[in-house]
Design a binder for this molecule. Sequence first.
Ligand code: NAP
Ligand code: MG
Length: 515
Amino acid sequence: MLVDFRPEPFTNFQDEANRRAFEEALKNVGSQLGKEYPIVINGERIFTDKKITSVNPSKKDEIIGYTSKADQDLAEKAIHAAAEKFEEWKKVRPEQRARYLWKAAAIMRRRKHEFSAWLVHEAGKSWAEADADTAEAIDFLEFYGREMVRLSQPHPLTRLPGEDNEMYYIPLGVTVVIPPWNFPLAILTGMTSAAVVSGNTVVLKPASATTVIASKLMELMEEAGVPAGVINLLPGSGSEVGDFLVEHPLTRMISFTGSREVGLRINELAAKRSDQQKWIKRVIAEMGGKDTIIVDKEADLDLAAQNIMASAFGFSGQKCSACSRAVVLEEVYDEVLERVVEKTKQLKIGDVREPSTYTGPVIDESALNKILNYIEIGKNEGRLVLGGEKGSDDGYYVKPTIFADVDPKARIMQEEIFGPVVAFTKAKDFDHALEIANNTEYGLTGSVFSKNRANLEKARDEFHVGNLYFNRKCTGAIVGAHPFGGFNMSGTDSKAGGRDYLLLFTQAKAVSEVL
Ligand code: NAP
Ligand code: MG
């Protein structure tokens, strides 16, 4: 018997021994940079001439690794490998499939700092952010393993006299998994392991910015004994192989997490039947956010300021759940703004290998340019109170940026920036604050800081987001405790890390026999 699911604790870096162990892991990973990583199809390691070059966003002249890049022929090969393997894998008992995940979790736990150190190098995550990413990956493995065992138990049905009725959940088929780069281990692991434990086979197309971490997970899954062909790793560009995988007639399901633009495209392409396609493709598309923190006039203002700062500038605002809008009641607006500015001034920006760095780089040059462009737009839409420019050119740095007095309909209040930029706006009362909070096309996360019970109850009903938090930050969902996914243009609300999630990777079969 397994112990019940418990989230993996975060590492306490105040502890000297932990600090030293992490430094050791950073050194160890630092000595392994610049290697080549293959495509893996049906266990075969394939090296191509075309490579994806992964760089360290903290120090852009440092190369993390080179990954072979798939073309459409290899994508075709990967789909066929997954389709063939599915015929075997779907017959493996659910508990056996779960055990691969638990084994993978155990290996990852033993090598926790090593995985986190790769995240520091390849994704530009600070120590604490990298540690949380790895912990979440472990959580997904532990949790989905248990969930599959639960889902395989007899399903309650109304029993008719003289009939034997049952219903059970069977897998779908070849699942194309397309994760983003911003939780390059956690989301990648969660999406892949959910598909696999449910009995599907996977073609995994990792995000191009973080292919080395994807290769590390692939190695770990092989070490855990997941049979060849169950997971096929296919690094490649979204535009070159993404559409091809989505449109392929043997693709049964697409599990996507990323931007609104790409999610909508996948949804549209997947809806179109291709020649010889026998099913309606299933699509999970978890997309962007424009997340709001409301501060009521009766609230712990310091707590609110601390959490706006953490939600906006942790991992440089590159979380779908990051706070990019602060809506503050006019009575306390100036004070909250001032406190957020004061706290943000204390943050150290720089190379995330340094333990004291809070805000690291953004992921790449195109992200840097996009964010700087939004900052220019913001300068015409509000009052710049902090930041507003890039940092050192050693990496892709943007200074934490705060705009005040921004119109709720302004572009920087409506469009996802995905960087360390937060816009403040004033609300005349709590209803007005809720109205502003709900005025985007997204609906992912949100927080309310208030001591007023009636207002909290009102927000419970009316603040239309998939993940609503009271008196805490709007980032940092924990597997099992905060099932994650958003409304409207934030996607299909699949609730990753929740007890409904695996249903999306299965179909129910009902069998009745007259006795
Ligand atoms: P992205 O640009 O949409 O890319 C996501 C994935 O889609 C990558 O693997 C990308 O590959 C691939 N892709 C690109 N074009 C494609 C196509 N035509 N067909 C199939 N796949 C294609 O998003 P991102 O920049 O990686 O991630 C940031 C976004 O993710 C933000 O909008 C954020 O809010 C969202 N996000 C949402 C959640 C959530 O749970 N709702 C969680 C995390 C992130 P390449 O890398 O090769 O382009
Ligand atoms: Mg991208």
